[in-house]
Design a protein around this ligand. Structure first.
Ligand code: UDX
Length: 432
């Protein structure tokens, strides 16, 4: 099939590359010329394992990128994979997505005769927000609104494993309004459906989107519950991991996403949980559990710093922050728990020395070199530090040992349970 993918972020680029691999002809459209140029050189505009290889293979044959919407109507369908950033009140900014939807509508307004086109929303938007996108599309389309169908197809990709998650999805969710739209999506995904036994969920566009939100809200709340119970364990002097690993053996609970610590970050969980709370409030419902999930998450960094305070007054001292990325395997620092930790340390008057294997450059956009120092290795960050806090569970931190000997005060507060307890350091786990 002939497919447009509008938006070349990690979702859109992964989708474009993986659809090309499935044999489809793909046009990736983005307003950013440098992103388009990078894709057309066969490289990914962001760090995502496996994506460079896929682009190198398919760019120039089955995949091309452009900033132009002009030839959009030549394709069978158009995905909208535009970002939906958070506003400070938790709501999402539909501006970029609506603008793209209107441009797609305008580009399709030349559709002649009975030629049909399917517009599929990949971006994450709450069900009430979908109406805005529908309206923007209809505005662009003008007279030919009837020739275009509307669908949603939410994504469940994790950063760092997006390509393998796409190839092996736990489920594929189609939100359509007609049998023909559903048939189009099933034809598009047929190679994937045939090669995996992933269940297909067929529903309406709004329900499909709520499935996405409910999925992320459930996972984020699951971690927050593990953190809440972990805090109780800590106060009882018991090991939260031992407890939760055993709890996770219950099939009804499952073993994943029970690792307690400094909380969840990233581009999805904080944004999606807050957007769902905002949207629910707008229709008159305050979701107490979701609000509590956010509250537990917001409190964990301060709990971690309180443990440091018990051992050392960091005012005027160097403190190492090990790990800046929101999780291992990525240079993404969006909503990383390292950010509130650094803010709390700066408020205490500490000199912060951050280290991350890959996320230093991205964190420099949040904290400049005048605000905090950046070290080239964990060893350099620890040297002379009166305390270290661990924000990300990078494997390399598990191997740290004699590096702690150079600390001025060897107090280590581990927010991710990655550091080995050893002689010579005062170790504090956040939830044990
Ligand atoms: C998440 C969802 O997993 C994915 O399905 C959705 O499409 C996008 O959001 P991602 O943000 O890439 O993916 O990261 P994920 O691996 O889910 O981790 C999110 C955060 O939770 C990280 O900060 C991680 O450190 C934290 N986490 C995860 C825990 O604190 N404990 C756990 O047990 C698991």
């Amino acid at each position: 099939m002939n497919v447009n993918v509008v938006g070349s972020g990690y979702v859109g680029t992964t989708l474009a590359a993986c659809l090309a691999e499935m044999g489809h002809e793909i046009t990736a459209i983005d307003i950013d010329e440098s992103v388009v140029a990078t894709i057309n050189e066969g490289r990914a505009p962001l760090h995502e394992p496996g994506l460079d290889e896929l682009l190198a293979e398919h760019v120039g044959t089955r995949l091309q990128a452009t900033t132009s919407y002009a030839d959009l109507a030549d394709a069978d369908l158009t995905f909208l994979a535009i970002g939906t950033p958070s506003r400070s009140d938790g709501s999402i900014d539909l501006g970029p997505l609506s603008a793209a939807a209107e441009m797609v509508g305008e580009a399709l307004s030349g559709l002649g005769g009975d030629r049909e086109h399917l517009v599929v929303v990949k971006s994450t938007i709450t069900p009430p927000g979908l109406d805005r996108v529908r309206e923007a599309l209809a505005t662009g389309l003008g007279d030919v609104a009837g020739a275009v169908e509307f669908a949603t197809n939410p994504e469940f990709l994790r950063e760092g494993t997006a390509v393998s998650d796409f190839r092996n999805p736990d489920k594929i969710v189609f939100g359509t309004e007609s049998a023909s739209a559903l048939a189009t999506l099933e034809e598009l995904y047929a190679p994937l459906i045939e090669s995996t036994d992933s269940p297909i969920v067929r529903t309406d566009p709004e329900t499909a989107m709520l499935i996405k939100y409910a999925n992320n809200a459930f996972l984020a709340t699951k971690i927050s519950l593990a953190n809440d119970l972990g805090n109780v364990s800590k106060e009882f002097g018991l090991d939260a991991y031992e407890v939760m690993e055993a709890v996770g053996l219950d099939d009804r609970i499952g073993e994943q996403f029970l690792r307690s610590g400094v909380g969840w970050g990233g581009s999805c969980f904080p944004k999606d949980v807050n957007a769902l709370i905002f949207s629910a409030r707008e229709v008159g419902y305050e979701p107490p559990l979701l609000e509590a999930a956010v509250e537990v998450n917001d409190r964990q960094p301060e709990r971690l710093l309180a443990l440091l305070d018990e051992h050392v007054d960091v005012a005027g001292e160097r403190v190492a922050v090990l790990g800046l990325a929101f999780k291992p395997g990525t240079d993404d620092v969006r909503n990383s728990r390292a950010i509130p930790l650094i803010e709390g340390l700066l408020e205490r008057g500490a000199t912060v020395v951050g280290y991350d294997p890959v996320a230093t450059e991205t964190m420099r956009e949040v904290f400049s070199d005048t605000e905090i120092e950046y070290a080239d290795s964990a060893e350099d960050a620890l040297a002379g530090a009166s305390g270290a806090v661990v924000a990300t569970d990078w494997d390399e931190f598990a191997a740290l040992d004699s590096e702690f000997d150079a600390m001025a005060e060897p107090v280590v507060v581990d927010g991710r349970r990655i550091i080995e307890r050893r002689e010579g350091i005062t170790y504090e786990g956040l939830t044990w």
